[in-house]
Every structure is written in C-alpha cells, then in structure tokens.
Design a protein around this ligand. Structure first.
Ligand SMILES: [Zn+2]
Length: 348
C-alpha cells in the first residue's frame, strides 16, 4: 500500500465500536501512572513492556491485561486515559466511538466506586470532544467467569451511567464454560431498563457461543468470527442484519485466527453480514484504526469504496439515537463525496 492510499484511509470519516479503554492506554501513559501511583508493574521502560506483551494465547493476554490495570488508581487517571483515547482516535479520522470500560475490575480489585470512575471518564470524553469534536460513549462490560451478582452489579451501573455516556452492557472474558446465558437474568433485567446488550462472542470457541448470545437479541456482537464456519448462522446474521465488530490484528496476534488461515472478515462481508473494522486494544497489538483499514485493503482486497461502506455501516450499527445516526451518516456521505468516494455498503 502506498502512502497516498494510507492518507486516503486516514482521511476517511470513521467510527470505532470495539475498543477497550484500558487496552487503549499509551505505554508512556501507563508507565507514568504506575510511577505516580507507586505501582510496580514489573517493567519500567517501553522496551521491557513490549517484551512482556508477547502474548501466548488469550488467557495469557487476560492475565497481563488485569495486571496492567493496577496502574489506574485516581479519578484523574481515568479522565486522562479517556481523554487520550479521544485525541488519538480523532487523529485516525474517528468521529464517534463506543468504548468498552471494565469498571468491575477496578471496583473488585481496588474498591474504586463506579460513580467516581464514570464521572472521570465522562469528563475525559467531554475534554476530548471540546478539543477535537470526537464523541465518545461507553459500554460497561461484565467479565464472563465472574459470578451472576457481578453481572447484575454491572447492569445496574449501566442504568445509572446513562446520563454520563453509557450506552450498553458489554460482556467479555472467557467464552469456554461461561456462556452469556449463565448471566441471562441480569442481561434481560438490563434490557428491561432500556440498556442494549453488546457482547463479545464467538472469538475463541465455536459458533455455538454466538447462537447462545443471539437468544438475548444483542444490538451487535464483538468479534463473532467463529460464525465463518456455520452457514446457517451466516444466513441468520445476514438476514437479521446483526453486525459483527471485527478486530483483525487482535484475532491474528492472539491466535484466534491461525497465521496460516485467511481471516474470515471478507467472507462474512461478502455473505452479507454487516461488519465493522476495529482495533480492540490498539497499543497492545501495536495497531491503530488506520492500520486495521490498511490491513483489510492490503490482505483482504477491500477497496476504498468498500472501506467507506464499512465506515457507514459503523454509523448505522452504532447506539446513537436514530436522529443522530442519520445526521452522522449524512455528514460522512458529504465528506466522502468531497473526497470523490462513493461508499459501497454491504457485500451483496
Ligand atoms: Zn474486545
């Protein structure tokens, strides 16, 4: 890919729907916060940190991820990481993002009250919006593997946080042995209070995990790449317009798509499944949204028109209210027209 194509990708107006706040922390910021809070992460330089982030598999990744979050202590820390994500994302051409925040990790391991954290990240989002115009919203996720009560706690926070940018209940963590249906009561309870459900599913295990979350009518699904081997499921996702928020580098680096295999994003898109392109945890996978779009162009033959269409799909699949979604799509289409790009939405 030449520089001109990359510049074009950078200039494309984009949304990001699958990115983790804690996983978006810049290495320099993480080291600075650890030092300020007197937390020993076991590494003191960026080089040492990179050596440590040689993930063996998803369990290893999750252990490192949890360790890393110990650096966050003060409200200012949470404000700062939300602000920095907003600034970095804006430089990638991202205008709107739904950022997953695992509040329960900080509550459980460090006793930080939810209100303190959500106030802080919402302030960070407001500061980033004031500086760049980017809009950030938050998905508060429950970690599979924890007790049902923890899911109720997170669901309650989602309801309470709606006045501070919270738009959905997420679900991440270990798929094997912990299907979303284990937490069904809490999911349904949150939905009854108007909180949409946006789980990770079908990232690691088989398509059965995706079928399991579908009973809760999720607004979107994080990853969902295991759908690729299940033609009945592909048809279902396509016919019901259920979006998969796909993170190619994350899948490759964690071995969820083996190196020798082709990532199924193109196959799913061609089959008419709505997909979006995302980073998951950008510095941890040494990536950015521009990199992910460029990867999809270079490795999976997406044209600039098709990438623009995926970007429009992101707007349509977002949890903005209907008026805001229409307005944002209108803005995107206006910008694309000025760039001379006609978005091709959908693979069929
Ligand atoms: Zn994720």
């Amino acid at each position: 890919m030449d520089k001109r194509d990359r510049d074009l990708i950078r200039a494309l107006p984009k949304v990001e729907l699958h990115v983790h706040l804690e996983g978006s922390i810049q290495p320099t910021t993480l080291l600075k916060l650890a030092k300020r809070n007197g937390v020993d992460l076991g590494f003191h330089t960026e080089a040492q940190m990179r050596l440590r982030y040689q993930f063996r598999d998803i369990d290893h990744f999750m252990r490192l991820y949890e360790e890393m979050t110990f650096a966050l202590r003060q409200p200012e820390d949470f404000r700062l990481i939300a602000y920095e994500y907003g600034i970095t994302a804006s430089a990638q051409g991202i205008r709107y993002a739904e950022v997953t925040f695992t509040a329960d990790t900080h509550f459980r391991l460090k006793g930080i009250p939810f209100d303190e954290m959500i106030d802080a990240v919402w302030q960070g989002a407001a500061a980033a919006a004031a500086d760049t115009g980017i809009r950030l919203r938050f998905v508060i996720d429950h970690i599979r593997g924890l007790a049902v009560e923890a899911c109720f706690r997170t669901a309650e926070w989602c309801i309470a946080g709606r006045d501070r940018g919270v738009v959905a209940l997420g679900m991440s963590g270990r798929e094997a042995g912990f299907p979303a249906s284990l937490y069904g009561e809490a999911i349904v309870w949150a939905q009854a209070h108007g909180v949409p459900f946006v789980p990770h599913a079908g990232e690691v295990t088989e398509s059965g995990d995706i079928w399991d979350v579908l009973q809760f009518k999720p607004a979107r699904i994080g990853h969902g790449i295991r759908a690729a081997g299940d033609t009945r499921l592909i048809t279902f996702l396509s016919e019901h317009g259920i979006t998969l928020d796909i993170c190619p580098s994350s899948n490759l680096l964690l071995g969820n798509v083996p190196r020798e295999e082709i990532h199924p994003i193109r196959q799913l898109w061609e089959a008419g499944v709505p997909v979006t392109i995302n980073t998951d945890d950008p510095p941890m996978f040494s990536t950015s949204l521009v990199d992910e779009y460029a990867l999809c162009a270079a490795q999976y033959s997406f044209s600039i028109e098709e990438l623009a269409g995926i970007s429009i799909q992101g707007v349509r699949s977002s949890l903005l209210n209907a008026d805001d979604r229409v307005a944002l799509e209108h803005t995107f289409r206006g910008e694309l027209a000025q760039m001379g790009i006609e978005a091709k939405v959908g693979g069929v």
